[in-house]
Ligand binder design. Sequence first.
Ligand code: MOS
Length: 731
Amino acid sequence: MSTATIGTAVPRVEGIDKLTGRARYAADFHPEGMAYGYGVYSTISRGRVVSIDTEQAQQMPGVIEIFHHDNFPELHRSPASFPEENMVDELRTPFEDDVVHYAGQFVAFVVAETFEQARNAAYRVRVDYDAESAAATLADGRARGTTEANRNERGDADAGFSSAEVTVDATYTTPVETHNPMELHATTAYWRDGRLVVHESTQGVIFARNTLAKNFDLDPSQIEIHADFIGSGFGGKLWLWPHCLATCAASRELGRPVQFMLPRQYMFTTSGHRPETSQHLRLGATRQGVLTSIMHESINSTSSINTFVEACGGSTASLYACDNLRVTHATAVVDRGTPTPMRAPGAGVGLFALESAMDELAIALDMDPLALRRKNFTEVDPDGGKPFSSNHMLECYDRAAERFGWADRDPAIGSMRDGDEILGWGLAACNWDAMRNPCDARVTLRPDGSATVHCATQDIGTGTYTIIAQTAADTLGIDIDRVHVAIGDSTFPHGQISGGSWATASILPAVIGACKAASDRLIEYAVKDGAPMAGANGDDLIYEAGVVKNGQGDQASAKAILKPLSLPSAVGDFHSDGATEPGYSYGSFGVHFVEIGWAPDIARLRARRVVSAVDAGAIINDRTARNQVEGAIVMGLGSALFEATEYDERTARPVNNNYAEYLVPVNADMPDLDVILLDHPDYKLNELGARGIGEIGLTGIQAAVANAVHHATGKRIRDLPIMLDKLMETS
Ligand code: MOS
């Protein structure tokens, strides 16, 4: 009998592969005869390509072909349907016409024998443009006009606001943030007997397959997407981008494998970003701090290619009890590439606004900001009126506050010190939807006592390999090192994207079901003629810890059952329909407490301590789950203090498009991180009670920092990131 692994801190099962370099990523595959693609990218942000001169480039050594809108094969557009699992955020296919929508858009695609030759030739392609003036910022886009995307209203928000005894009315703005996974976007593609085989760095092998099936008018069964390992994605690798289509098309035209890597600087243009937002918050409350109105009106930048809505007010509708609410989302077109989900899309920047406004309200009420949040806690989701399946927000508040020492806070601004540093203490709630979707899995039991799990999902670095192995090992009662996890292949049973924080909740029920189906199959085999329990009634047998047992003390291993029948394995398939218990609203909850240090003499701002408590249901693996929240906090500190993609206002081109100038936190920026995982199972969501934990840690952290900065400095920074210049302004 093996020891149960669920809930423990099992190390990553693929860790050794990654450490030793055995783990292969999309660009590590080099099929025989492979050529290399390199892009030529628009230098204007709006207009047309007038002419492309490839003459000199064609003469360069090793050049095979140069594709552009005059000679590129016609592709079909994906309908971009989430229910049909073929989403794209850039609706346009590459090179479909001569129109330029953004700087960094592909205008040509060079294929050569080596990467260096392709790049060298790309530099010699001459493109003439007819440029129009471009909208570089959300403000420029708003000057052209805005379009409302959706609204969510209950009660009478205007009346609730005008009759409130205390109000806050403020606008918060957040910049473009760019996904910067360590691994660049990459595609290695080839065609074999009419089949398209693609190694892609993707968060969704099934979505990638379905999208390419539309683009190339193939049956999905004619396409294989492989993504054994992914160097993270953060949402930027959920849907396919033009480079993948271009690479697959070039490979088909040339009859050779083609590989493409998107250089870091173009990951700032043609593979999505979190859009710029402007969020107008109005809160009304009674003198006692009971919310009487919440209005959250958000506008985000989108592209001329597609409308992307950053749902900033999604959490706002559910987080606090309040009868009167208005949440609206609108977009304005700027001349940039199309935005895409970035870790905790919506709430990731929406809670910066809401939770900053809550802090401003607490100050206006002369009330402790934690007490204000407790006062407006709700066990029923006010957006729809269903009770939450499981909501331990109050315990998060209690435990994190105690660990942090919140009771010792002196609310007076600038009143707390440690040596030369003024300390600021701030807090903010965090929140994310808990979702579950359909998923299939297959489990194969072999005579050697091992089990293989097949599922067309993937591990983007979050621990999916490990938690699948744990779940199969515990369900089958075998050691985890007897379980092989086969994912990252679209030909496996239909799996889920690594997104929305729903992979864990969706995949593991399918794994459990497939384990049971496989052990049931083993029992069926055990009673067949020639098998060890021939003639017995299968209903009298049980499977336990790798063996089939009867009530008389006899048992038979997989080997003993399969060998006499000459069978290779016992296979079980399972389809989980993804259904949750009806009548409930599902979410995860938590809180961040942040201590910042502000040294005014040397203008140094740093995060010193973060204590977070997260209620995300049952924790399957304490190590990988904790790593997700810690990583999200680091990313949130980046969003709070450093990250912003800056655009040249004259050209709408991103200027800090590299790791040197796009600032992200490094080790020296790290505070002490203390993450409390509550571990209360939510059995209404699934039989493990596990929700999901990839995104919630990012939400709210910027507000907790901004609130701490206000406590230390008296400056209310409503525009991210909180750069030093904003603290040094004297107004
Ligand atoms: Mo997440 S933004 O759903 O990868």
